[in-house]
Design a protein around this ligand. Structure first.
Ligand code: MN
Length: 192
């Protein structure tokens, strides 16, 4: 069965005014869709046809890896945000964040620093590295599962993620994500 573009977990206009419908029309409807189309073209008639997305990611390199990982990364990114999100977590997630970073502010500072300083295209992540929560950043399509860490949360810092709404101001996009969009429910689900 061919790989499919997963449905967005909310409406195209649900993240506005922070992330516009226009951004999601391009980012989800064009960029994410193109990675799915490329992945299907690259796997058709090969040993990877019918494999799981995770198996392709772990086995592949080059263009096949890039497209498979970008399919995974974008699905994970949509779920890392929700309307009315952002701010500090509560419950067990808060305990884990405080244990690793001292406080929510400690987490937010390190996460924003990683997202801001990822040079060029890539991703910043909150991960479970086995010994506790950590911040990670990766270039282009790279992702935590290739480094033995479990992803809990991500932000896309490719320019296509923010250029329509924030132009070149990546730090404003990161601040908006942290204050209005970050989905701690998704982090809690990934920790279970
Ligand atoms: Mn993207």
């Amino acid at each position: 069965m061919a790989f499919e573009l997963p449905a967005l977990p909310y409406a195209l206009d649900a993240l506005a005014p922070h992330i516009s419908q226009e951004t999601l029309e391009f980012h989800y409807g064009k960029h994410h869709q193109t990675y799915v189309t490329n992945l299907n073209n690259l796997t058709a008639g090969t040993d990877h046809e019918g494999a799981t997305l995770d198996d392709v990611i772990m086995a592949a390199d080059g263009g096949l890896f890039n497209n498979a990982a970008q399919v995974w990364n974008h699905t994970f990114y949509w779920n890392s945000m929700k309307p009315g999100g952002g701010g500090a977590p509560s419950g067990e997630v808060a305990d884990r964040v405080n244990a690793a970073f001292g406080s929510y502010d400690g987490f937010a500072t390190k996460f924003a620093e990683a997202a801001t300083t990822q040079f060029g295209s890539g991703w910043a992540w909150l991960v479970d590295a086995g010994s506790g929560l950590e911040i990670m950043k990766t270039g282009n399509a790279d992702l935590p599962m290739k480094h033995g860490a479990k992803a809990l949360l991500t932000i896309d810092v490719w320019e296509h993620a923010y250029y329509i709404d924030f132009r070149n101001a990546r730090p404003n996009y990161i601040k908006t994500y942290l204050e209005h969009l970050l989905n701690w429910d998704f982090v809690a689900a990934n920790l279970d």
